[in-house]
Ligand binder design. Structure first.
Ligand code: SF4
Length: 316
């Protein structure tokens, strides 16, 4: 059960993210904290995060948007939800606010882009389907293994529900990207696990998958040790970061620890090979892998409408 604290947002809603890939469109978090409680979540260490089991809902977001949008000289082509929370957390107040805000933006012909590991309720799905050309969906799918998903993403939708959602979104003609992010080294990066994911995505005719291994910070390592009850799973994951590669998150400027470049290269090459079997193109998240890739993984789709975006270049 998640406790919901209510807060009033003071700063403008339509502000760009610090992440380079999201710099072109406004990004909105409806909450601080997230009921999905992923143990690898980077946002859990943010100062506004009210702590595990609680979220802060910015209840006046719609009201502020209604006031802000007409004042914009140039309307944004789309708004992205959410760089450090999830619009589809299993919390009724969050889902209600998400619905109303999506409804408002889409009625104003402003697109919505989102990334979720949650379950999209039927009511929201119908709204998205009714505005399919103005929606970019991102579904985070880390593995098809229920046990690992429950251990690392205890509040998120089960993998099979996410797969069903990808199918429904694609069937509705909605631009849908799958993010195999984060890959958990030692747990979800083996040939069999990856093949199961890509065979499924290939059947769903997914052609575009963005990837990255998880990054950690000391607080994330502590969370993993504390909240993953199967200690063998926790240590199998963490040992890939010791020693790790110290990197700076592109755009955000914060430092994180990734598996060493050689480990990531091997994982990404394996992913690319297996994805290629099913005709799926791989984009590496550049914000987290500035040493290995350039250009964008198109986390928010292509809201500018330009059709000739450069292809991603990898440095290996
Ligand atoms: S869904 Fe995203 S924001 Fe929510 S806990 Fe998981 S990683 Fe964090």
């Amino acid at each position: 059960m998640t406790e919901v604290l209510l807060a009033r947002r003071k700063a403008a809603v339509l502000a760009p993210s610090q992440l380079a890939c999201l710099a072109k469109i406004p990004t909105v978090n409806l909450t601080a904290g997230c009921a999905h409680n992923c143990v690898y979540c980077y946002a859990r260490s943010y100062s506004q995060n009210p702590g595990r089991g609680r979220i802060t809902l910015y209840a006046n977001t719609l009201e502020m948007l209604r006031a802000e949008l007409p004042r914009k000289r140039k309307r944004p082509p789309a708004v992205y939800f959410s760089p450090s929370s999830d619009a589809f957390q299993p919390v009724p107040q969050v889902l209600e606010l998400t619905y109303k805000i999506f409804e408002f933006l889409l009625a104003q012909r402003v697109g919505v882009a989102f990334l979720t590991k949650g379950k999209i309720p039927d009511r929201h799905m119908n709204l998205l389907k009714a505005h399919a050309p103005n929606v970019h969906a991102g579904i985070g799918l880390t593995t098809r293994d229920e046990r690992i998903s429950r251990a690392f993403e205890p509040g998120a939708a089960p993998p099979e529900a996410r797969v069903a959602q990808i199918a429904a979104l694609r069937q509705a003609g909605i631009d849908t990207q799958v993010r195999l992010d984060p890959i958990l080294p030692g747990l979800t990066d083996d040939e069999e696990t990856l093949n199961a994911v890509f065979a499924t995505l290939g059947r769903l005719d997914v052609r575009d998958v963005a990837i990255s291994t998880a990054f950690i910070r000391p607080s994330i390592a502590r969370n993993v040790r504390h909240h993953v009850h199967d200690k063998k799973l926790a240590e199998t994951f963490l040992r890939h970061y010791n020693p790790g590669a110290k990197l700076t998150m592109h755009g955000a400027g914060t430092s994180v620890t990734m598996p060493p470049a050689a480990t990531r290269k091997a994982i990404y090459q394996r992913v690319r090979r297996l994805a290629g079997r099913y005709g799926i193109a791989i984009k590496i998240c550049t914000c987290k892998n500035g040493d290995l890739a350039t250009d964008s993984c198109h986390i928010a789709g292509n809201p500018s409408g330009k059709s000739h975006e450069p292809e991603q270049r990898t440095l290996f």
